[in-house]
Design a binder for this molecule. Structure first.
Ligand code: NAD
Ligand code: IPM
Ligand code: MN
Length: 380
């Protein structure tokens, strides 16, 4: 028996609720395949932090490096200052394993209400390829209390010349730096080109804000254009604000969209909204080593503990995980089961997010049983 070890980090809020359903689907999909998933649960998140004071143990990265993949729910809790856990766990892991690709597909699934006229008939099937290690996410910056004084002083001098009010009157200030390096822009562009090719497309779309931030995003455009050319792929560019505008009017026209880290974060929630909700939006972080698969949504504290979370995003993230592990059959079994579930369900058996009444656990059980039924070749 082939064994794949999966590190399970449920995290906070609805994280553990949806991860439980994704695990059920993955186990059902792998049953009888010759590959067994062995799950190792890690308790990290707000509860662990509150009871132990520890965000991540020192050996966390070492422990995880012995696993084949990481499967995560969501990190973040209203009782903890924003950023402490998100940066301390989620971003730390993305960076520690150099997971430079964040794949965020957005598809219009059957029966899922699409809030844009005509979109359901025309179909939406796009892929956001988000750079995942740089940009404003690197954590470089500070609040002018020592760490960044030199940079601020240099800028203050410049702005004093122009009489810039806020810079010249000695207010407290904060700085967060966006970074782009040529190798990182090249590798993510090459990755986006590879996915676009796999989808039968001839071009990728790069969404940035080179007009307002030419240092950072002008550089992005220049390097990405050169890399795409070398990859034999055409590249269009669009300002990300305009892209959002077009996205809500004609989402069916989009294919592979390449974004720097921050814009990729934002537009992927936008596309989730367009394709029926955060509860169906799957994601995966990948690099050259192990990957981490997680729905793109957060811990949703507003609905945690109410059996209302839609677990389909987590279930579809488990499918992305299986595909990355070379288990294409299992991955497809999950995807098909999600489609069947949506097709077969009457309105009231759909997730609450879609106007139905089905609870988290009930949806997870339905998807797992469809996977089992399909495997046994039985009809309903
Ligand atoms: P969120 O994604 O948690 O919630 C946004 C809205 O979408 C909420 O109304 C929520 O109820 C709804 N929603 C999200 N997932 C859903 C699902 N599966 N089913 C039904 N409804 C769903 O975003 P937020 O409110 O900005 O963040 C809450 C916390 O989660 C914060 O601490 C944030 O930092 C964290 N967060 C973590 C991740 C992650 O771990 N990858 C991602 C985003 C946010
Ligand atoms: C996401 C989240 C994270 C991000 C936060 C929680 C740090 O929004 O996974 O989309 O910005 O990447
Ligand atoms: Mn996000």
């Amino acid at each position: 028996m082939n064994v794949k070890t999966i590190a399970q980090i449920g995290g906070d809020g609805i994280g553990p609720e949806v991860v439980k359903q994704g695990r059920k689907a993955a186990d059902a999909a792998m049953a009888g395949s010759g590959t067994e998933l062995r799950w190792r649960e890690f308790p990290w998140g707000a509860g662990h932090y509150r009871s132990t004071g520890e965000i991540l143990p020192e050996n966390a990265v070492e422990e995880l490096s012995h696993c084949d993949s990481i499967y995560l729910g969501a990190i973040g809790d209203p009782s903890v200052k924003p950023g402490v856990l998100e940066r301390g766990i989620l971003l730390t892991l993305r960076f520690a394993f150099d997971m430079y690709v964040n794949l965020r597909p957005a598809r219009a699934f059957p029966k899922v209400p699409i809030p844009i006229e005509g979109a359901a008939e025309k179909g939406i099937d796009l892929l956001v390829v988000r750079e995942n290690t740089e940009d404003l996410y690197m954590g470089l910056g500070g609040t002018g209390d020592g760490e960044i004084d030199q940079i601020i002083e240099a800028k203050r001098g410049l702005y004093n010349l122009t009489g810039h009010v806020s810079m010249s009157t000695g207010h407290r200030m904060a700085l967060q730096m966006g970074i782009a390096t040529e190798p990182a822009v090249r590798r993510i562009t090459a990755t986006a080109c590879g996915y676009a090719r796999g989808r039968g497309e001839r071009s990728i779309l790069l969404a940035t804000k080179a007009n307002a931030m030419p240092h950072l995003y002008g550089f992005w455009e220049e390097i990405a254009a050169d890399e795409a050319k070398g990859q034999g792929m055409a590249m269009e560019t669009m300002n990300v604000d305009a892209m959002c505008y077009h996205a809500v009017r004609r989402p069916w026209e989009f294919g592979t969209i390449l974004c720097p880290n921050l814009f990729g974060d934002i537009v992927s929630d936008l596309f989730a909204g367009i394709t029926g909700g955060l509860g169906v939006a799957a994601g995966g972080n990948q690099g050259d080593g192990i990957g981490m698969f997680e729905p793109i949504h957060g811990s949703a504290p507003d609905i945690a503990g109410t059996d209302s979370a839609n677990p389909l995003a987590a279930i579809l993230s488990a499918s992305l995980m299986l595909r990355s592990l070379g288990e294409g059959k299992g991955a497809t079994a999950i995807e098909r089961a999600v489609e069947t579930f949506l097709n077969e369900s009457d309105q009231d058996r759909l997730p609450k997010e879609m106007g139905g009444q089905a609870g988290t656990e009930e949806i997870g059980d339905s998807v797992a049983s469809i996977i089992e039924r399909d495997r046994e070749g039985k009809q309903p």
